[in-house]
Write a protein that binds this ligand. Structure first.
Ligand code: MUC
Ligand code: MG
Length: 371
């Protein structure tokens, strides 16, 4: 390969696209996708992209903080180094603690460049297991009837039959009622699991799980905070369904702590926070330990969703469960020339070299907020 893959520039471009239907959950809500497009250009003119979604309620990052850390620390750490030397770049990024989505977007944009340079899709560089994933849809807070209606629409229009139900409000009067209404409406035709985003105490969680014992839930995710160390262990010791660590397990080290500490039995992998490089580390760690993984959603737009499915479809273990790939459906628009399409309950990996993504320049002009 004669192309020079030296990173010439790293740009952090803020944009804002409103949601048609905002998503609310126990730790926050999102009504406008105020993300950051990370665009890496090489000396020979290859361009890699990815998006960073600021989630202050989860990681402490904001749109402004992502732009600042990319401009002041991460761009200088990457410029002048080949996109092939990602570990060298990562060693420099690691000198800054935190900032997971900023680091992840830069990582995925570098992989995009490598795929383009070798004229192969990133998903094949990663593993090449399959070309699509089953889709799981996240149902945000609403009253039980509205959540059932949304699930019915997702089944009818997109063929989706796996639902992650946001809980963490009032466990006894509302959350359990929503899950029961969904099971009653769809019977065994749907897969259901719940995500508390730390909204319940350990004892509330134990009681709610007992009350839902007949609902055949696949998993229960992040019901109470990671800092409730003993409470989470006590809960995991009695739960009959696997407990998934999401925001408590954002690095390989945190994954180790949650699993070996006995506070979780399965791990949510989000490329938005661990990119492709550290998502591989987390995946292989989970495979080595024999625990389930789910491809999670950081309330990604279409660029982030394309990254998630590129990673998830690349491996047998991540393809076993439906991936959370549908939240972009609630956005009013996006930046790609060709929108992602979910049909028959699946989302295909974008074909083409690298991530196979083309930004629509007019849309970027319309939605960017730095001009
Ligand atoms: C999820 O799985 O929790 C909501 C908060 C967050 O950090 O991610 C989303 C979805
Ligand atoms: Mg979660």
């Amino acid at each position: 390969m004669s192309t020079d893959l030296t990173v010439a520039s790293v740009e952090a471009i803020p944009f804002a696209i409103p949601y048609v239907k905002p998503l609310a959950f126990a730790s926050g809500s999102v009504s406008v996708a105020e993300h950051v497009l990370v665009r890496v250009t090489t000396t020979d003119g290859l361009v890699g992209i990815a998006e960073a979604p600021p989630r202050p309620f989860t990681y402490g990052e904001t749109q402004a903080s992502i732009m600042a850390v990319v401009d002041s620390l991460f761009a200088p750490a990457a410029v002048g180094t080949s996109a092939l030397h990602r570990e060298a770049i990562h060693a420099r990024l690691r000198r800054t603690v935190g900032n997971p989505t900023a680091k992840a977007a830069l990582d995925m944009a570098l992989w995009d460049i490598v795929g383009q340079a070798f004229d192969v899709p990133v998903t094949e560089l990663l593993g090449g297991f399959g070309d699509r994933m089953r889709v799981s849809h996240m149902l945000g807070f609403a009253d039980p009837a509205a959540m059932v209606d949304e699930a019915a629409r997702m089944r009818e229009v997109y063929g989706i039959s796996t639902f992650k139900v946001k809980v963490g409000r009032d466990p006894y009067r509302l959350d359990v009622a929503v899950c029961r209404a969904l099971r009653e409406a769809f019977g065994e035709e749907v897969e259901l699991y719940v995500d508390g985003n730390r909204g319940w105490s350990a004892s509330d969680s134990a009681r709610a799980l007992r009350e839902m014992a007949d609902l055949d839930l696949l998993y229960a995710e992040e019901l109470c905070p990671a800092d409730d160390v003993l409470g989470r262990r006590w809960l995991a010791g009695q739960s009959t369904i696997p407990l998934v660590a999401d925001e408590s397990a954002t690095t390989p080290g945190e994954v180790t702590r949650e699993l070996l500490g006995g506070s979780a039995d399965a791990i949510s992998i989000k490329t938005a926070r661990t990119g492709f490089t550290d998502s591989q580390r987390v995946l292989f760690q989970c495979e080595g330990l024999g625990v389930d993984v789910i491809m999670g959603n950081q309330i990604d737009g279409q660029i982030g969703t394309a990254c998630t499915v590129a990673f998830g479809a690349a491996y047998a273990t991540t393809s076993r469960r439906a991936g959370e790939l549908s939240n972009f459906l609630d956005m009013s628009d996006d930046l790609l020339t060709e929108p992602l399409q979910i049909s028959g309950g699946t989302l295909a990996v974008r074909p083409g070299a690298g991530l196979g993504l083309q930004i629509d320049d007019d849309k970027l002009e319309r939605y960017r907020t730095d001009r």
